[in-house]
Design a protein around this ligand. Structure first.
Ligand SMILES: C[S@@+](CC[C@H](N)C(=O)[O-])C[C@H]1O[C@@H](n2cnc3c(N)ncnc32)[C@H](O)[C@@H]1O
Length: 271
């Protein structure tokens, strides 16, 4: 199944920046001290760079590079590029995660909410782990919500008779990410000490149609991209999908509860 490479919209993505940053903070809390003085850090699929800046807060002397293959995201991320107060450096560069090759030993290779867009990403782990300095860490977080109503309803609509011919091959299925146990097996087989877990956040979203607003920044991007040249069709799809989401995610007294499962992994090499 091939997913359409989506066009990203940093402003739409950042509308839920607080909720989206929370798993990154939770991932970071489990990353141990890094080797290297200063440590070298790569953030793969850095997006608009706001969470990359949190790495500079944790490792003020580190040389940190955020990599992404979206020109729109990189343009936004580069607003954060600067020397860091601890004498380190934060910068951003274009790279495709599928072909990125580390050219020096890294203390940390981290990736947040990106590997679900990279089919076969576990095959890349061995190369990344080999590029870690002794005692270095590979850490990532991926959504585990491909069976949630938000994504299931999107897929069902895309496969319905009205949309099938244009959208049937557009979306990822629930095999976009592995189970926590499968990640653990891959990482330990690569010789790492691994810590893998899952968390279901219940984000309380506010505003009208907040789940639609959320997925417009992420999961719905392949559909929006595929229908970009036909605004009438795009609006019709979004209208049908909005109605389905309203039924699946009713608003409560304080907002709309949006359960969101995520899978985390922190793998450390011996050092
Ligand atoms: C959901 S955003 C996550 C951004 C950021 N890591 C965060 O946590 O806010 C996914 C990002 O992955 C990037 N991406 C997807 N596939 C990629 C690839 N093959 N190579 C590089 N970046 C990729 C997208 O451009 C996008 O910026």
């Amino acid at each position: 199944m091939s997913a359409t490479a989506p066009a990203w919209d940093p402003a739409q993505y950042l509308r839920h920046a607080g909720h989206r940053a929370r798993p990154f903070t939770d991932l970071l809390a489990r990353v141990p001290d890094l080797p290297g003085e200063p440590p070298r850090v790569a953030d793969l699929g850095c997006g608009p760079g706001n969470v990359t800046t949190l790495l500079a807060g944790r490792w003020p002397t580190a040389r940190i590079t955020g990599y992404d293959n979206s020109a729109q995201m990189l343009e936004r991320a580069r607003q954060h590029a600067s020397p860091t107060p601890g004498g380190g450096r934060l910068d951003f560069a274009h790279a495709d995660v599928r072909t990125w090759t580390p050219d020096e030993p890294y203390g940390l290779i981290i990736s947040n909410a990106t590997l679900q867009w990279v089919p076969g990403h576990v095959e890349l782990f061995a190369g990344w782990i080999a590029a870690l300095a002794p005692g270095g860490t590979l850490a990532f977080q991926v959504p585990g919500n491909f069976d949630a109503p938000s994504h299931r309803l999107m897929r069902e609509l895309a496969h319905s008779p009205r949309w099938r011919s244009r959208l049937a091959d557009t979306l990822r299925h629930d095999d976009a990410v592995l189970t926590p146990g499968a990640y653990l097996a891959h990482l330990t087989a690569a010789g790492c000490t691994a810590d893998v877990w899952e968390t279901t956040y219940v984000h309380l979203l506010t505003g009208e149609d907040p789940v639609l607003d959320w997925v417009k920044g992420t999961g719905l991007r392949p559909v929006l991209t595929a229908l970009d040249d036909d605004p009438e069709a795009r609006d019709a799809f979004v209208g049908e999908y909005r109605a389905a989401l309203r039924a699946a995610y009713p608003a409560g007294p304080q907002g709309t509860p949006f359960p969101f499962r995520r899978v985390f992994a922190v793998a450390r090499t011996s050092g």
